[in-house]
Ligand binder design. Sequence first.
Ligand code: SAM
Length: 351
Amino acid sequence: MATVPESVKEIATYPDGLASRLQDSHGRTITDLRVSITDRCNYKCVYCRTGNVGAQYAELSTADYLRLIRAFVSLGIEKVRLTGGEPLLRRDLTEIVQELAGWRTPAGEKLDLAITTNGHLLESLAQPLKTAGLTRLTVSMDAVDESTFERVTRIPGSYANVLGGIRAAQSAGFTRVKINCVLLRGFNDDQVEAFAHFARRENLVVRFIEFMPLDEDRRWTPEMVVSLREIVARISAILPLAPLAPNTVSETARRYGFSDTPGVGEVGIIAPVTQAFCGACSRIRLTSDGKIRTCLFSNFEHDLHRQMREGASDSDLRQFILRAVEQKEARHHIGEPDFLKPSRSMVHIGG
Ligand code: SAM
């Protein structure tokens, strides 16, 4: 039998008789938690923020996040993604990662630990995060052309910083760094082909995400969305795309490699607008102020941190999470007449 190091902390199986799997009322098992650890962000990406308002929601202490995350992990969460706001702005980020990396799920497995970042501060943090036990890194990058990139972020010098951050992540040993790119018609949609070449040249995984109605400005229109179908057609016209199997059943991206450079570079398209994947959703979110969102487009939040402030026991927190997950929405309604834009935009939810 393998010896378990001292530092490893098993998540206790609680004697409260509650289920140790999170199952919603539509038969989906929830295994993936996204936690926003700050509402602050140092970029003002045009498709995300107005550029005029800053953080709007509180952030919690490290101990509070860890206690809440622990309750989720005890209920079968296997993947934890730290996000924001901009998670690299949290001074205690490496400590949070180090603590989570020492945990084991009730099944005795390590957590799959990921961060989504804009990469601005990554150059100096990539190695400490790797050493702390981070498994995966996703960096948002919405253009490979410097001037377009800086028109998106509205921060001078951002391009060099992000590129430096990506290279530092690769040197630190993150082998499959993912790049998230949101395309806006008429703004950066001319970057599609260049991104495909970039994925091959740098051996990166580029994920195009269809623009969703989650912008602070509320300027989203269906015409601004660059669809999966168009992206695949445009890349296929210049490079030999070869479909790849999904990594998991709840994989959100349609994946493609290049048949002339097998194993080098990958592109994927996440198409929540034109080809929704709600039926396979395994995700739940915790906002920076400790509220559970069962869907990006929820119109209702479950205030888990309030339970904690009011003295809830670990069992009470687990019960609260189970009830919230039961109420997870069947699907979103983007593009339908009854669609209601959610009260929080992406930056304040945690993507
Ligand atoms: N600051 C970090 C970053 O830039 O990656 C983490 C937070 S950011 C809100 C998380 C992801 O959400 C980014 O990849 C961003 O591109 C994406 N995003 C933001 N607004 C979006 C929208 N309206 N539609 C689709 N994706 C969006």
